[in-house]
Design a protein around this ligand. Structure first.
Ligand SMILES: *Cc1c(COP(=O)(O)O)cnc(C)c1O
Length: 410
């Protein structure tokens, strides 16, 4: 038996059936038409947003990084509840605009922006978080060509690390952002070129469960933003402090403690240097907002034994839920939390079962030797933490199976 991560708190069963947003898993499958199915519970997302607002200083804006889950009905609901969207491609700029987010509340980061993507963003009035000197030159040229002033911020590759991050995205040589020691000179050049200066974007890492590490990184971020702004001599309209709030995935992971982060940030902002007194501040979050609100439901097609090991073969797989197979940004494969949705709370079987997807590759393993109630053909397997980096972050064209259904509740 190999352990699995903790099922997010608040998921319960009724007469042995897992409830999602108060509805039984099997009836949700009927409503959607078939498995495999992603169900997203908007009420859970709203509870996370409320938790953030309670814990963080009122002046700190909350941005949603839509790459975590760009499902259109979800984006439409997010528009009224967060203060901005952070996007990472021209396609996501369009999704954010289509959802109804105001262009001046959208910022566009990400390496390798092509001229046509810059053009869409500049035309709409979306802020571009510049990733390099070359991108700054092209953005200014595109703005001139289409007769529109570009709104430009600079993404800074910080000169510090967010310690203990699942994915490190700052510190050292990185394809993201402009090295901190060159950022002020670039800002000066952008301002001198007549662009509308929007400020700094400093993102140091992702999937962090250590509030002390996040507190330290936020303090370092504010100090860096102040130092750069003083070198430029201009107060930045916005300082995007990054995000990095993680959720528990694996055995031993504990939920991130938010109130101490809010208290420390309030103190750090109260004591911030003069040059940042007129700035706004934002935190950008993806998985922390939506990850625990999603459940992936997939049906057992076959149960088979091989050399003493039991396999449950399901109709889904890594083509929808790559992350649960351990092939999306993890070094060691570990089990996501999962359950038999129609035997929720039943005693586990004497022997573990390995849950595999329907793809003809050995990496399509959703649960390795997990302790579940006895699994039969037709059962529904629920894989939790499916609200972020699921449907849109998986290779859905691989092997020609149909796309997963998606359903937003609430
Ligand atoms: C991916 C990304 C995010 C969101 O990360 P989460 O771990 O989902 O919170 C935020 N900001 C940037 C710049 C990103 O690339």
């Amino acid at each position: 038996m190999k352990p699995m991560g903790p099922i997010p708190s608040g998921y319960e069963g009724e007469e042995g059936m897992l409830l999602i947003g108060g509805c039984g898993a099997a009836s949700l499958v009927d409503e959607a038409g078939d498995t495999p199915l992603f169900v997203y519970d908007m009420a859970r997302v709203e509870r996370q947003i409320a938790h953030f607002r309670d814990a963080m200083p009122a002046a700190v804006h909350l941005h949603y990084a839509i790459k975590a889950n760009p499902y259109a009905p979800l984006l439409e609901r997010m528009v009224g509840q967060v203060d901005g969207f952070d996007v990472a491609s021209g396609g996501e700029v369009t999704m954010a605009l289509d959802a109804g987010m105001a262009p001046d509340r959208i910022s566009f980061a990400g390496p390798g922006k092509r001229d046509d993507e810059l053009s869409v963003a500049i035309h709409a009035g979306v802020t571009i978080n510049l990733e390099s000197e070359g991108e700054a030159r092209r953005a200014i040229a595109v703005g001139r060509a289409i007769g529109k002033l570009p709104c430009l911020a600079i993404r800074v590759n910080p000169d510090f690390d967010l310690k203990g991050s699942g994915m490190r995205m700052g510190g050292g040589a990185k394809p993201f952002g402009v090295d901190a020691d060159r950022a002020a000179a670039l800002a000066r050049a952008v301002i001198d070129a007549g662009a509308e200066w929007r400020g700094w974007h400093i993102f140091a890492g992702s999937q962090n469960l250590d509030s002390a590490a996040l507190i330290e990184a936020q303090a370092a971020t504010i100090a860096l933003a102040a130092r750069l702004s003083e070198a430029v001599g201009v107060t930045p309209p916005l300082v995007n402090l990054g995000g990095g709030f993680g959720i528990p995935h694996f055995p031993g992971d504990l939920p991130l403690d938010i109130p101490p982060i809010g208290a420390a940030l309030e103190q750090a902002l109260d004591a911030r240097p003069e040059i940042l007194k007129g700035s706004s501040f934002a935190i950008e979050l993806g998985r922390w907002l939506v990850g625990e609100a999603g459940v992936y439901l997939t049906r057992v097609v076959d149960v088979k034994d091989s050399q003493g090991e039991r396999f449950a073969v399901v109709d889904g797989g890594l083509h929808h839920q790559l992350a649960a197979s351990g092939n999306f940004g993890t070094v060691v494969r570990r089990n996501y939390p999962m359950a038999v949705a129609n035997r929720f709370g039943d005693p586990v079987a004497a022997d573990p079962v390995t849950v595999v997807g329907c793809l003809c590759t050995p990496i399509d393993r959703l649960g390795d030797k997990v302790a579940l109630p006895p699994v039969e053909e037709g059962d529904l397997i629920a894989i939790f933490l499916a609200g972020a980096y699921g449907a849109s972050a998986s290779p859905s064209n691989f092997l020609g199976h149909p796309a997963a259904h998606q359903l937003l509740l609430g």
